[in-house]
Design a protein around this ligand. Structure first.
Ligand code: NAP
Length: 311
């Protein structure tokens, strides 16, 4: 192997994100040794069957020993327990990062336990699907997606640059911002869309005037597109809601106001208002396609972007 970025990378958590990392690390030769750890024996056995790493353990402490880079990919509500568990085994000079979807809470949970001399750099790759577990990952997941770091005030710039290089080699673009800004931004671009999807799918499920079979049968007229988000992992999204509470509640309040205004326009037959709004929102989708974050093909291009050759 020519010039790996790290001698040993430890992956704590080997679900969608952890296993995608394992695959891209292998493909790009980013580490000489990939150590894999997950809490349950069945998930670990599956990771081993898939050949995702070089060593496997349900003991996270054993996995992170001597690792130069440790990436924690577990539900955000488990961050503190993992930090407490691995802290004493972290190598001085190692980089410790995470991929959690909320940042202020993860920092509050993990930072107090990180030993001096270990570089803790919180991160969040804005890449995912509604699938979970080690089978769901693929090496291309992070390609042309953003990875956001929320460095602490005393973050070592050399360590930050090394971690940035790691993510660039995984295919990502890098941004940095403060954790509160991250949490507010993600509340609108990710958390609210999921909550709205969970809500609308739940409402349809509760409706008695429309039979469930009709909801399924006629779903291609719009409903189906919400069900993809609403099929996302319940543990992950429970934790996101509990750990980004303030930002989500603020965005929900804004959303409810705007929804009330839309409701009023429909009630009073204000077609101009509806047309103006629907025209404005259509342009947003165009900007997303132009920014390379979506492809302009039917069904959101899912066949093309979510089922690439597995890495
Ligand atoms: P996942 O596929 O469900 O995998 C979760 C992993 O965490 C598994 O290895 C699981 O272990 C482990 N885990 C679950 N509960 C745990 C606990 N209480 N303590 C220790 N380990 C635990 O999840 P994922 O989609 O990879 O998400 C991982 C992280 O990435 C989350 O923080 C999420 O917010 C973030 N993220 C997700 C996405 C996305 O679209 N999915 C995108 C960006 C960031 P076992 O299977 O052995 O129980």
């Amino acid at each position: 192997m020519s010039d790996p970025l790290f001698e040993k990378i430890a992956l704590v958590g080997i679900g969608l994100i952890g296993s995608s990392l394992a695959r891209v690390i292998r493909r790009e030769g980013l580490a000489r040794h990939i150590a894999i750890s997950t809490r349950s024996a069945p998930t670990l056995a599956r990771a081993e069957e898939l050949g995702l790493g070089d060593s496997y353990s349900t003991d996270a402490k054993a996995a992170v020993k001597d690792a130069d880079l440790v990436i924690v990919s577990v539900p955000v509500g488990s961050s503190e327990a993992v930090a407490v568990d691995i802290a004493s085994a972290l190598k001085p000079g190692a980089i410790l990062t995470d991929v959690g979807s909320t940042k202020a809470s993860v920092i509050a949970q993990m930072a107090p336990h990180v030993p001096a001399g270990v570089h803790f750099i919180p991160g969040h790759p804005l890449a995912g699907t509604e699938k979970s577990g080690p089978d769901a990952g693929f090496a291309e997941l992070f390609e042309n997606r953003w990875c956001i770091f929320t460095p602490l005030p005393d973050t070592d710039p050399v360590a930050l640059e090394k971690l940035s290089e790691f993510w660039r080699r995984c295919g990502s673009n890098i941004d940095t911002m403060d954790p509160e800004h991250h949490d507010m931004t993600l509340a609108i671009v990710s958390h609210l869309p999921h909550i709205i999807a969970y809500n609308i799918v739940g409402t349809a499920d509760d409706l008695e005037s429309v039979t469930k079979s009709e909801v399924i049968k006629y779903s291609a007229s719009g409903f189906r597109d919400f069900t993809r988000l609403a099929a996302s992992d319940p543990t992950m999204w429970r934790d996101v809601c509990l750990h980004n509470k303030d930002a989500i509640l603020e965005m929900l309040a804004r959303f409810s106001e705007d929804l009330a205004s839309l409701q009023r326009a429909i009630r009073w037959g204000d077609g101009d208002k509806l047309f103006e709004m629907f025209t404005r929102t259509r342009a947003i989708r165009r900007s997303i396609i132009d920014a390379g974050q979506e492809v302009d093909v039917p069904n959101f291009g899912r066949e093309a972007i979510e089922h690439p050759a597995k890495g």
